[in-house]
Design a protein around this ligand. Structure first.
Ligand code: KIV
Ligand code: ZN
Length: 498
C-alpha cells in the first residue's frame, strides 16, 4: 500500500534567503497561492522574528491561503516562538518549526554548549511551542554531520516533548545518499517512540546530491520532504520539489504518493524564477529549457518514432505542451520534415532535399532554427526557383574610410554577366551593379530590413518596392547576410517585370 509523502515547501523561507531573491509581501502571496494550487501540504512562509517584513508576509499568507499548513521557523528561543505564534494567528492550519544545532560543530562552536544541555533546550523549545500550537516540527540542525546515536537521543526526547514532525537536515549538503538513507533507517530502528512522529528530509545540494539524498530518505522511511521550487536555496540550493515529485511518479517501486498536481509544475517554476529574478539553468532537470529538447539527429528520429525512446517523463505531465525537436546543424531530415509538416508544408522528397540543404547552410550560421526561419527557408526557396534572374556571385567592399563597392554576377536567361559599381553604402552599390546589368530604369519606393527574431546571428528579412514605367513591383528575400538579402530582394522584384 502506498503511503502519503507530505510535501513541505520552503521556497519562501530557505529559498528566499538567497541574496537577490527577496520578495515583497504581494509577491510572496502570489507564490503561496501558486503553491497551494500546486498541491503542497505545508508552506514554510518565513522566519517571523527575522524582520517585520517576514512577520507581515506570514500574517498575509495565513489570510490568503487556507488549504495547506502555514509554518513559521524559529530558533529554540522563547521570543522567536512567541513571535511565530503571533504571526500565525490567522492561519487555518498552523505549525511552528523550532530547532537547534546538534552536530559537534554547532554544539561546540556556534552554541558553545554541550550535548546534554542541547537536549534540554530542544525539549524546552518543543514544549514551549506546544503551548501555542498542536503541530510542532523540530529540526536538528546539521543532522547530516551529527553522530547517529546522539541524534537518536535528541529525536526521542523531542518526540517525548510533543514534536509531531522531526526534521533531519543535511544542512551543509555533506551526506552521500547511502549515508543519509542509513541515518533515517537508524532513527526508525532506534528511536523508541518514532511511530508518534513523521521523519522529514531537508537536504542541501553542496555536493549535487540533495535529490538523491532525499529519495534515499524516503526509501528508508521519511514521509515528509522539505523542498523548494527550482531547487533554490542557501549556497548550492535545496532539494528541488519537481525532481523529487517526478522521481517518485516515475518509480513505482518507491511506495509513496504525493498530492502534487504535476501539471502545474512548469508554470509554478517559471513564476518563482521570474519573481525571484533567478534564471533556471537550461539543463535543469524537469524544468530547464532543454529538459525535453532533442537536438541530435539520432535522438530526434527516435523520439519522433516513439517519445519514450529518449524520454522517461511525458512533458505534458509537468505542464509542458510537447517535447521540443530543436533544429540545429546536427538535426536530420526527419526533424526538419516534422517541423515543416507541423507548419503545413508537405514537401516532395526532392523539395525536402532542397529545403534540407538550405536549412544546413542556415543552421551552420545560426545556432538554432525557429519557425520563422522555416517559413523563410521554404518560402524563399520556392520563389527563387521561379525567378528569371538569379544571383550567382556578390562581393562587397565597405567599412570606415572605404569607398563602398559591389561586384555582382547575375544569370540572366542562362547567361552569366558581371558588373561592378560604387554607392553610398554596400547595399546601394549592390543595387547600382544590378541595375547596370538589367538595364532597367528603377525607382526604389520602399526598402525594409527586419530581423526575424533577435540576436546578431539572426536572419534578416528584406521587403522592397520598386517602380518601373509607372508600375510597382514587390520583392522579398531573407538571409543572415542582409546585403545579400537586399540584392536578392531587388532581383526578386526585377524578375517580376515583364
Ligand atoms: O538547513 C537547515 O538546517 C535549515 C533548518 C533551519 C531547518 O534550513
Ligand atoms: Zn536549510
Amino acid at each position: 500500500m502506498e503511503e502519503k509523502l507530505y510535501i513541505f515547501d520552503t521556497t519562501l523561507r530557505d529559498g528566499e534567503q538567497v541574496p537577490g531573491c527577496q520578495l515583497n509581501t504581494v509577491e510572496k502571496i502570489e507564490v503561496a497561492r501558486a503553491l497551494e494550487e500546486l498541491g503542497v501540504d505545508i508552506i514554510e512562509a518565513g522566519f517571523p522574528i527575522s524582520s517585520p517584513g517576514d512577520f507581515n508576509s506570514i500574517v498575509e499568507i495565513s489570510k490568503a491561503v487556507t488549504r495547506p499548513i502555514i509554518c513559521g521557523l524559529t530558533r529554540a528561543v522563547q521570543k522567536d516562538i512567541d513571535v511565530a505564534a503571533d504571526a500565525l494567528k490567522f492561519a487555518k492550519h498552523k505549525r511552528i518549526h523550532t530547532g537547534i544545532g546538534t552536530s559537534f560543530y554547532h554544539i561546540n562552536y556556534k552554541l558553545k554548549s554541550n550535548p546534554e544541555e542541547i537536549i534540554e533546550r530542544a525539549i524546552a523549545a518543543v514544549k514551549y511551542a506546544k503551548r501555542y500550537v498542536e503541530d510542532v516540527e523540530f529540526y536538528a540542525e546539521d543532522a547530516g554531520r551529527t553522530e547517529n546515536e546522539y541524534l537518536a537521543r535528541v529525536i526521542e526526547a523531542v518526540i517525548g516533548a510533543g514534536a509531531t514532525v522531526c526534521n533531519i537536515p543535511d544542512t551543509t549538503g555533506y551526506c552521500t545518499p547511502y549515508e543519509y538513507g542509513e541515518k533515517i533507517k537508524f532513527l526508525r530502528e532506534n528511536v523508541k517512540n518514532i511511530d508518534k512522529a513523521i521523519l522529514s528530509t531537508h537536504c542541501h545540494n553542496d555536493l549535487g546530491m540533495a535529490t538523491a539524498n532525499t529519495v534515499a530518505g524516503i526509501i528508508n522511511g521519511a514521509r515528509q520532504v522539505e523542498v523548494t521550487l527550482n531547487g533554490i536555496g542557501e549556497r548550492a540550493g535545496n532539494t528541488a520539489l519537481e525532481e523529487v515529485v517526478m522521481a517518485i511518479k516515475s518509480h513505482k517501486d518507491i511506495p509513496v504518493y504525493t498530492d502534487i498536481n504535476t501539471k502545474n509544475i512548469f508554470k509554478t517554476s517559471r513564476l518563482v524564477s521570474t519573481l525571484m529574478r533567478m534564471p533556471i539553468q537550461p539543463n535543469k532537470a524537469i524544468v530547464g529549457r532543454n529538459a525535453f529538447a532533442h537536438s541530435s539527429g539520432i535522438h530526434q528520429d527516435g523520439v519522433l518514432k516513439n517519445r519514450e525512446s529518449y524520454e522517461i517523463i511525458d512533458p505534458q505531465d509537468v505542464g509542458i505542451n510537447e517535447s521540443a525537436i530543436v533544429l540545429t546543424a546536427r538535426s536530420g531530415r526527419a526533424a526538419l520534415n516534422h517541423h515543416l509538416q507541423r507548419l503545413g508544408f508537405n514537401l516532395t522528397p526532392d523539395e525536402l532535399d532542397d529545403a534540407y540543404n538550405k536549412f544546413l547552410l542556415l543552421a551552420d550560421r545560426k545556432k538554432d532554427i525557429n519557425d520563422d526561419d522555416l517559413y523563410v527557408i521554404v518560402g524563399v526557396g520556392k520563389a527563387e526557383q521561379k525567378r528569371k534572374i538569379k544571383l550567382k556571385y556578390l562581393n562587397v567592399v565597405c567599412g570606415k574610410s572605404a569607398i563602398p563597392m559591389a561586384t555582382v554576377q547575375l544569370i540572366i536567361d542562362g547567361e552569366v554577366c558581371t558588373a561592378t559599381a560604387s554607392g553610398a553604402g554596400p547595399i546601394n552599390a549592390g543595387f547600382n551593379a544590378v541595375c547596370q546589368l538589367v538595364q532597367k530604369k528603377l525607382t526604389l519606393e520602399e526598402f525594409l530590413v527586419q530581423a526575424v527574431t533577435r540576436g546578431s546571428d539572426d536572419v534578416g528579412k528584406v521587403h522592397i518596392q520598386v517602380e518601373n514605367k509607372g508600375n510597382i513591383y514587390y520583392g522579398f528575400s531573407a538571409n543572415t547576410d542582409i546585403v545579400t538579402a537586399s540584392v536578392e530582394a531587388l532581383i526578386d522584384a526585377i524578375s517580376k517585370i515583364n
